[in-house]
Write a protein that binds this ligand. Structure first.
Ligand SMILES: [Zn+2]
Length: 197
């Protein structure tokens, strides 16, 4: 079993997790920046992480028939985790804002699903994916994510497993301790060599 430090190391190697002083798209400041897509772009890391997630799901000792994730962030996680679990992996996508099964994906009546995610922040898309399974006559037996940055606040009423519990503090610019300290320049993720004046 990989430790949280080993998981973090993989994200660091892929530049998917950065430590510093970041301006988030929300306008808030944070000492961390996390972008799962950056680690999943490397098949060898996606394989290691999703094999680990598959192992954790097996440890939950629940029976299941498929894995499902919300698009777009969850597509690779669904595929790669399903590959290790030797079940099928599908995804739900938004149509007019509502998560839906498309592309001929079906969930048979009574089929048991594990919902997987790259990152859980508020748990909203996870809960919506659970609803998709139910609406299609299936049952959700577990939830798994690579990262849980909810601060332990999520509860899906089924067993939940995650590889990395990460607290990501966010600050209003005027209350940001990093700005006050003035030691680390504020950067916008994705353009981290360009300090923001
Ligand atoms: Zn700041």
């Amino acid at each position: 079993m990989l430790t949280q430090d080993e998981i973090k190391e993989i994200f660091l190697k892929a530049d998917a997790f950065l430590e510093g002083h970041f301006l988030l798209s929300s306008g808030l400041h944070s000492p961390y920046y996390l972008q799962c897509a950056k680690v999943l772009q490397y098949p060898q890391y996606a394989e290691v992480l999703c094999r680990e997630l598959a192992n954790r799901i097996k440890e939950l000792k629940v029976d299941f028939d498929l894995v499902i994730a919300p698009a777009i962030g969850g597509i690779i996680v669904s595929y790669e985790t399903a590959r290790h679990l030797k079940v099928r992996g599908i995804f739900a996508e938004r149509v007019n804002g509502k998560l839906t099964l498309r592309r001929g994906f079906e969930i048979g009546k009574g089929e048991r699903a594990v919902v997987v995610e790259d990152v859980i922040t508020t748990g909203k898309s996870t809960r919506e994916t659970i609803e998709v399974v139910k609406e299609n006559g299936g049952e959700v037996v577990a939830v798994g994510s690579l990262v849980d940055r909810s601060g332990g606040k999520v509860n899906f009423e089924v067993p939940f497993t995650t590889l990395w519990r990460l607290e990501v503090p966010v600050y209003e610019p005027e209350k940001c301790p990093l700005c006050k300290e003035g030691k680390i320049e504020l950067v916008k993720p994705g353009s981290r060599d360009i300090p923001i004046k």
